[in-house]
Ligand binder design. Structure first.
Ligand code: SF4
Ligand code: MSK
Length: 655
């Protein structure tokens, strides 16, 4: 416990300030709960099985010494399940839960998309015609002289059908490089349907089901792929068509975006429909007048977690903070309503809100919290739903007490880098292409590309691990693509501005960023938008010069401060797509050497990508760089990098 108390809680000054205020106000937040509630070491290493009522069975690895063969033989659950089976089953269940979460998000988008296309929902409309037509082409939907809505009905029906598909292969798998598709077929891991893989994973991990860790982990690969190239990709694509494909947008991040004299509303969670509508309705002069009638100057909307990323990417709505800051936003005393939808919502919000005037409002039929007010979003009356929530927040403004302190910390950022935008930025509107990126990788100005994603986790110093890793990567000329709460950590640290290139990036990467006009760290969106990273990697392969599969690319992935099951699913679909992926914080299979070795070593022989675990961010960054250099060598482009001298001629050539 002493060690936990001594740990620096966050590198973010706004967070530190609010942790102190919470302590003064008697509000118990995640940072305090983490001191009193310690992680169970047996569960943390994946050595606890609780899937039947003869257990829970705990089979921990002996600490600090080698296990004897006798001990190993006895390290089983009551049913005889080995530590390997227990570990792999737990791992697969995490993947299934993550895939189910992203998949259910995707299904909800598909449902709303179809209702909009059929004219049953009038308040949303198809915003990105070009992307709709591209999807239609990809899916073999006739375009002709049909209306957008007619085309969208077919597109929506086909993609909605992917959730319940029973046989064959998910349609988006065809977007992957041909060699990758072949690897999946040979391995027998091409997902058939999104729900089917999740359902099979749950069946296999039931008591007395699959008891071979290798086949359990194969099922893990298949289930994870059904998320990356299925549920998440469908969610991203249909949201883009419905709400617009993001393009670069300026905004600000951190608790300092809250305003002392306005009604502050935070939208938190993952699914963007209500948030989209709130963003529109908050600008309605009538609502602003109503806020003024209660003594406020206006309405200030800010985001939290991935709902924040969604409305940042498309509307430039500022972000109040990432996962670990959700309760701290309430601690400012300035938040009238914390409006939540699904995923990553701490139940502790309600308890913290009791110390202030904040209303916690749940809005999704699948998420209820005792003590919160439930105002269910009705997609058929989206404006009305949004107005109801806004009105509740405005009505709460006069209840704001005197105990208000908004930390004076906010950072500028540029977000909105969909993989299509990167295409245009690099190649121009008329020859949109990843070719310039590939060329700069081949000539060595850019060493490689890294996807650094995932959450914030109270078991490590908040934001510190992610920011240190990303700084080390860009210093070594690795272009970083980000999503989720990891993106927010780096945005707060000022890595998502144009100036960041000169200040933090290596000379090669900085020269490209300055020439193109992009930050060295690109924000690609929410957790589901990790599918954009898959598409970016595929586009790099297809543009040529960097091998013929994702596993050939000088690229790596990481989730340095992960905490959710969804992060494991994302990591596994990165790995099964051929990407070397390093996680920090903790690793959930350390109780089984065999399972861990399979994930960290054998998977590379099967998929060309593998897992790794390194909690030290600098060491982890160098593992990624080493991998990138190994791939550069295999491609025969390692020498090019050694010759890069960046003379004036080269700089002129770039601009
Ligand atoms: Fe124990 Fe086996 Fe039941 Fe798991 S399935 S709780 S290992 S008896
Ligand atoms: S919200 S899953 S804490 S990234 Fe996507 Fe952030 Fe992790 Fe939730």
């Amino acid at each position: 416990m002493a060690e936990e108390k001594e740990k620096v809680k966050s590198i973010d000054p706004a967070t530190v300030e609010m942790i102190e205020k919470a302590a003064q106000d008697g509000a118990r937040t995640v940072f305090e709960r983490a001191v009193t509630t310690r992680p169970c070491p047996i569960g943390a290493e994946g050595s606890c099985c609780s899937i039947c009522a003869m257990g829970p069975c705990r089979v921990p690895l002996p600490k600090g010494r080698e296990e004897t063969p006798e001990e190993k033989k006895k390290r089983t659950g009551v049913c005889g399940a080995t530590a390997e089976t227990i570990s792999a089953r737990n791992f697969l269940r995490m993947i299934a839960a993550g895939a189910a979460s992203h998949g259910d998000h995707g299904r909800e988008v598909a449902k709303i998309f179809l209702k909009v296309a059929r004219g049953e929902i009038k308040e949303f409309e198809i915003k990105d015609e070009q992307k709709l037509l591209q999807l239609a082409l990809d899916l073999g939907v006739e375009i002709g002289d049909r209306t957008n809505n007619e085309i969208a009905v077919n597109v929506g029906e086909i993609l909605a059908g992917e959730f319940g598909r029973q046989e064959g292969e998910l349609l988006f798998l065809k977007r992957a490089p041909l060699k990758r598709q072949e690897i999946w077929r040979q391995m027998g891991v091409s997902p058939r349907g999104i729900d089917r893989e999740v359902s099979e994973a749950m069946h296999r991990t039931h008591m007395g089901g699959d008891q071979d860790y290798q086949t359990l982990l194969l099922s893990g690969a298949r289930t994870a792929l059904s998320d990356g190239w299925g549920g998440s990709m469908i969610a991203t694509e249909l949201q883009d068509v419905l709400f617009g494909t993001p393009s670069p947008v300026y905004s600000q991040i951190n608790l300092g975006v809250l305003r002392e004299d306005e009604v502050n509303i935070i939208i938190h969670g993952h699914e963007p429909y209500l948030a989209e509508m709130i963003a529109v309705v908050a600008q309605d002069p009538e609502m602003i007048k109503y806020a003024q009638s209660k003594g406020a100057k206006g309405i200030n909307l800010a985001g939290m977690c991935c709902t924040a990323n969604e409305i940042l990417m498309r509307h430039g709505v500022p972000i109040a903070g990432n996962f670990l800051q959700q309760e701290l936003a309430i601690v400012t005393g300035a938040v009238e309503a914390m409006v939540v939808d699904v995923q990553c919502i701490m139940q502790g919000l309600v308890e913290v809100a009791r110390c202030y005037h904040t209303k916690v409002i749940t809005t999704d039929r699948r998420v209820h919290i005792e003590g919160a007010e439930h105002m269910e979003f009705d997609e058929h009356h989206a404006t009305e739903s949004a107005k109801k929530v806004l009105k509740a927040a405005i009505d709460n403004y006069p209840n704001r007490g005197k105990n208000v302190r908004i930390p004076d910390h906010r950072t500028d950022l540029i977000a909105g880098f969909s993989h299509e935008t990167i295409n245009y930025l690099l190649g121009g509107v008329f020859r949109a292409s990843y070719r310039p990126l590939n060329e700069n990788i081949i000539n060595g100005r850019i060493r490689g590309v890294a996807g650094v994603v995932g959450c914030s986790n109270v078991r490590v110093t908040h934001d510190d691990v992610t920011v240190k890793m990303v700084k080390e990567l860009i210093k070594n000329d690795v272009l970083v693509l980000q999503t989720g709460c990891a993106a927010m950590a780096c945005a707060k640290a000022g890595l998502m501005t144009l100036e960041a290139a000169a200040e933090f990036a290596g000379e090669g990467l900085a020269s490209v960023c300055e020439a193109v006009g992009i930050p060295p760290v690109l924000h690609l969106g929410a957790c589901i938008d990790n599918s954009r990273i898959l598409m970016a990697a595929t586009a790099m392969v297809k543009d040529g010069g960097l091998g013929d599969d994702i596993s050939d690319l000088p690229a790596a992935g990481a989730a340095p401060e992960w905490m959710s099951e969804k992060a494991i699913t994302i990591g596994q679909y990165f790995v099964s797509s051929g990407i070397y992926t390093v996680f920090g914080a903790t690793w959930p299979t350390l109780g089984s050497k065999e399972v861990t070795d399979f994930l960290f070593k054998e998977m590379e022989n099967l998929y060309g990508g593998k897992w790794d675990f390194e909690p030290d961010p600098i060491k982890a960054a160098h593992l990624m760089i080493e991998h990138i250099d190994k791939k550069r060598k295999a491609l025969g482009i390692d020498k090019a990098r050694e010759r890069v001298l960046y003379d004036m001629a080269m700089r002129r050539e770039l601009t």
